[in-house]
Ligand binder design. Structure first.
Ligand code: NAD
Ligand code: ZN
Ligand code: ZN
Length: 354
């Protein structure tokens, strides 16, 4: 049981302060808003008053128990929480009360393993994940390790900062590991919360973008944000279209469907790279060995991004180089919000106002 909920359940003589939070009680029940204990900052921790909190498709996977490693029930989802530091625990020097911070998926990493010291803290085997192994940001308050939050620069709207905290940093990193550069053609599969930012990072790298989705409105948005080409995969074969353009140098797969991964692979030109990001419940794709070898294809998995990547993402946004498309909703609408995301019925990202 997660700490906040345990505290709420434990009998105590002291008066426990409470807060509203989205709670997942079971994988077959809809997530719901409940009154739970407000967290208290321990040593090295902070408590943040959440101003804006994005809904990532990962929160839906978490609430449904879609993945091989499942979160421990009950838990509070959310890893795009942005807010103001309200209290700091013993020994906290990284942030001060009143700072605006973002609480990303990488809630904790050890800081000393080979991965951590080589700039790959996202691969740390001791990591804790916000909204999965530790309670997340879909709440009025959230507790976080001071070392693992990232300060939000002045001038960035917290409702923009929230989607940047996962959708932004993840796609910024995925475009980086795909090696996208000027004169490349980058195919982006899935123009949702992640995809609408992925295509902007590919353009910042100088590449041309072909956006692929099944929903017409998403493709219109992709055009608005600078995609040179769009393909509705419900109407046309994206592989044929992209091959006609010469093939993709890189493909970033954000669509929650193994079929999309297979199409993305087939759309690559020789020497191309595909960056695997989406995490469909159906955990398999077919990867032909012969074509991978003869065409010199690189397949790379990409998991979120580091604190440094997120700082860079905020820097780009503060410089006016990215646009976050989002819709504000009250926390109480979490159930319908999850359904709307699953049906592709959302401009790009839903951001809750707790
Ligand atoms: P989203 O629902 O906002 O976007 C998915 C988009 O894919 C939608 O626009 C949808 O219409 C489109 N789509 C679905 N099937 C398609 C198909 N067959 N072809 C083309 N487009 C298709 O989701 P999101 O929040 O952007 O997250 C996307 C995925 O990335 C999720 O699986 C999520 O868990 C995962 N994710 C991974 C990481 C990571 O670090 N690897 C980080 C965050 C999210
Ligand atoms: Zn996410
Ligand atoms: Zn580590």
């Amino acid at each position: 049981m997660s700490t906040a909920l345990m505290e709420a359940a434990a009998p105590s003589t002291a008066v426990t302060e409470t807060m509203r939070a989205v709670v997942v009680l079971s994988f077959d029940e809809a997530a719901q808003v409940r009154e739970v204990a407000k967290p208290v900052a321990g040593s090295g921790e902070i408590v943040v008053r959440i101003e804006a909190s994005g809904l990532c498709h990962t929160d839906i996977h978490a609430a449904h128990g879609d993945w091989p490693v499942k979160p421990k029930l009950p838990f509070i989802p959310g890893h795009e929480g942005v807010g103001i530091v309200e209290t700091i625990g013993e020994g906290v020097t990284e942030v001060a009360v009143g700072d605006r911070v973002a609480i990303p998926w990488l809630g904790y990493a050890c800081g000393t393993c080979d991965y951590c010291v080589s700039g790959w803290e996202t691969l740390c085997e001791s990591q804790q994940n916000t909204g999965y192994t530790i309670d997340g940001g879909l709440a009025e308050y959230a507790k976080a390790f001071a070392r693992h939050v990232v300060k939000v620069p002045d001038g960035i709207d917290p409702f923009d900062a929230a989607p940047l905290t996962c959708a932004g940093v993840t796609t910024y990193k995925a475009v980086k590991v795909a090696g996208a550069k000027s004169a490349d053609l980058v195919a982006v599969w899935g123009i949702g919360g992640l995809g609408h930012l992925a295509l902007q990072y590919a353009r910042i790298a100088g590449a041309s973008v072909v956006a692929v989705d099944l929903v017409g409105e998403k493709l219109e948005l992709a055009r608005e944000l600078g995609a040179e080409y769009t393909v509705n995969a419900a109407e046309r074969d994206p592989v044929a279209v992209i091959k006609e353009l010469g093939g993709a140098d890189a493909a970033v797969v954000l669509a929650v469907s193994p079929k999309a991964f297979e199409q993305a692979f087939a759309s690559l030109r020789r020497g191309g790279t595909m960056s695997l990001v989406a995490l469909p419940a159906e955990n398999r794709m077919e990867l032909p060995i012969f074509e991978t070898v003869l065409n010199g294809i690189t397949v790379v998995g990409s998991i979120v991004g580091t604190r440094l990547d997120l700082r860079e993402v905020f820097e780009l946004h503060a410089a006016g180089k990215t646009r976050v498309v989002r819709e504000e909703r009250p926390l109480e609408q979490v159930e319908t919000a999850m359904e709307d995301v699953l049906h592709g019925d959302v401009p790009a990202r839903i951001v809750f106002r707790p």
